[in-house]
Structures are given as structure tokens and as C-alpha cells.
Design a protein around this ligand. Structure first.
Ligand code: PMP
Length: 325
């Protein structure tokens, strides 16, 4: 759960105090979900905090903006990456979860959104293990949701769009009410898609499988990292259609995402996955993943962005971006 919050938030064009980072009630995004957002983790390493795959996240943020016809003005990917780094350093976080959000502000209530301003905010909070500390080792219990994930004929699954997250909320509510840690969505055709906020992998007879990008999934950055790690480890892998019964017959199953990191699934619909304990392939991938993000293993893919330390004095004073205002 989120706990310590940031003192400073980048809001529109400047750093403001947490309490000041507010949006008007007529903001378009509040009514119609017109926002693009990211969830990014900064990890503790012995050399200070490091942000995991910042460039990939900001690229996806800009891609989502493109899908929503949201123009970023003068903001480049580099400048947004820099602001994310600053959201960590300025607040003195050692590790945290960073949330950049680009949204349509106040400017009219019509559905046509292009007259509403496009605004950017970036904040950070401390955030521990999303599906529980124990879940990382022992695995979690999941259910197949009665909610199907939307597909590219009705929306844009590859976009991380605020309004699209009502489906994930329904999945989470249903799963928690039924006593499960997470729900798994099928796609419109009844094939396995992904979790409410995680991509899904299964292992069968040593083969790692995951639904492909065109299967209505969000193109997860952790998913991409898992695929690269699996390749490094020489695990056979395939992006392919997965049917519901394959979940029940899998040797291993795990979910992955920025918040959930890599979490084994030990049962689906109360049916144990494999032996019901974390499997070997899952553990090998986890070990590599957590080794890289913690700086204990070589960052061979160049996934970490170091966050320079800021003196407390320069943290407290709105510096660079606000200097001339
Ligand atoms: N699917 C959905 C619906 C998500 O919200 C997320 C979290 N962003 C993921 C998958 C995993 O994506 P990532 O690894 O980039 O966090």
C-alpha cells in the first residue's frame, strides 16, 4: 500500500507542495477518463536510487498520448524523464513508485476533447509489494474474472488510458469480494488475456508462454523485461494464445507488472497450479529480475537510470524549473 508521499509534485509547469497539486472539478479527465499515465518504480541500490526502464515507460506515455491525440507541446521524452528523476531526488526517496499523468484539464464538457488543455503532473509515493510480501515467495490465489478485457475494436488496449481502468477496477472488486488476491481477464474471444494490472506468463513442460501483443493486452514493460531475461537464461519461450484450461494445467504461472513485480500464482479458481508452490523457472526469472533492479547483478540491458543525490537544502527549495517564475 502507498504510505509516505512526496513533499513536491511537478504540476503543470512547476514544482508545488503536495497540497497544492489540485485539479478543477470541471477537468475533462475527471468526467471522461481522458488521461495517459505511467507507473514506474525506483529501486534502492547501494549507489542510491535507480529508476527501472524509465525510457520505456516514457515512450509508452507518449504513445498513449498519441492514441488520445494529446499534444505534449514543448515537452520532449528527455525532459519528462528528467522530471521523473527529479521527482525522486527532490523528495529524498530511496525507493518509490512514480506516477506521471498527462490529462485533459478544464476547458469544456463536450466529449470532443481537443479544446481542453493538456496538462502534466508527476508525483511519487512509497509503495511496497503490491500483492503482498509473502506473495512474492509463496504465490497468490487468483480467479478467472467474469469481466472480459476490451479489445481493439472497442478501445485501445495498448494505451495506458485512465478511462480504460474501470474494467480493471471491476476485476479487482470481484476478486477481493470472492477472497482472491487478483482476477485474470479473458479477452473478448475467451482466451486468457491478463490480470487487472499485470501481464501473465505460464510455464508448461519447460516452455514459457504469454499472450502476444495483439491479444488485447497492455504491452507491459515488466513483460518485456521477463521475455529478455528468459532469453538470457536460455528458457524456451513463445507468445501464443492461451486457453483457460491451460491455466489449470500449467506447471507454473506468474503475474508481472511494475506494481506487482513478479508474483507467482499458486492457484486459479481454487485449483492448484503445478505443485501449488513457486516453480523453478519463476524463481530463476525472479532472482534475475530482483538482482538487476537492486543493483546486485550487472545491468546488462542498461535498464537502470541512477538518481543523483540532492542536498536537503536544494530539495526544499523549488529549484531549476521554478527558478524564473
Ligand atoms: N496490464 C495492465 C492492465 C496494467 O495496468 C499493467 C501495469 N501498468 C500491466 C499490464 C503491466 O505493465 P508494466 O509491466 O508496464 O507495469
Amino acid at each position: 500500500m502507498a504510505s509516505k508521499r512526496a513533499d513536491w509534485i511537478f504540476h503543470r509547469d512547476r514544482w508545488v507542495r503536495w497540497e497544492e497539486a489540485t485539479v478543477h472539478v470541471t477537468a475533462h479527465a475527471l468526467h471522461y477518463g481522458s488521461s495517459a499515465f505511467e507507473g514506474i518504480r525506483a529501486y534502492h541500490t547501494s549507489g542510491g536510487p535507480a529508476i527501472f526502464r524509465l525510457d520505456a515507460h516514457i515512450r509508452r506515455l507518449f504513445d498513449t498520448c498519441k492514441l488520445l491525440s494529446m499534444k505534449m507541446g514543448d515537452l520532449t521524452r528527455d525532459s519528462v524523464e528528467q522530471l521523473c528523476v527529479e521527482a525522486v531526488s527532490r523528495n529524498g526517496f530511496d525507493s518509490c513508485y512514480i506516477r506521471p499523468i498527462v490529462y485533459r484539464g478544464a476547458g469544456g464538457l463536450g466529449l470532443y476533447p481537443l479544446e481542453c488543455p493538456v496538462e502534466l503532473s508527476i508525483f511519487a509515493v512509497e509503495w511496497g509489494r503490491y500483492l503482498g510480501v509473502e506473495g512474492i515467495e509463496k504465490g497468490v490465489d487468483a480467479m478467472v474474472s467474469s469481466w472480459r478485457r476490451f479489445n481493439a475494436s472497442t478501445s485501445m488496449p495498448l494505451g495506458k488510458i485512465g478511462g480504460q481502468y474501470t474494467t480493471s477496477q471491476l476485476v479487482s472488486i470481484e476478486a477481493r469480494a470472492a477472497g482472491f488476491a487478483e482476477g485474470i481477464m479473458l479477452d473478448a474471444d475467451g482466451n486468457v488475456c491478463e490480470g487487472a494490472g499485470e501481464n501473465l506468463f505460464l510455464v508448461k513442460d519447460g516452455m514459457l508462454m504469454t499472450p502476444p501483443m495483439a491479444a488485447s493486452i497492455l504491452g507491459g514493460i515488466t513483460r518485456d523485461s521477463v521475455l529478455k531475461i528468459a532469453e538470457d537464461l536460455g528458457v524456451r519461450l513463445e507468445a501464443c494464445k492461451i486457453s483457460r484450461d491451460m491455466l489449470y494445467l500449467a506447471d507454473e504461472l506468474f503475474m508481472c507488472g511494475t506494481a506487482a513485480e513478479i508474483t507467482p500464482v499458486r492457484s486459479v479458481d481454487r485449483i492448484p497450479v503445478g505443485s501449488g508452490a513457486r516453480g523453478e523457472v519463476t524463481k530463476a526469472i525472479q532472482d534475475r529480475f530482483f538482482g538487476i533492479v537492486s543493483g546486485e547483478l550487472d545491468d546488462t540491458h542498461g535498464w537502470l537510470t541512477a538518481v543523483p543525490a540532492l542536498e536537503p537544502a536544494s530539495r526544499a527549495w523549488p529549484a531549476s524549473t521554478n527558478a524564473e517564475s
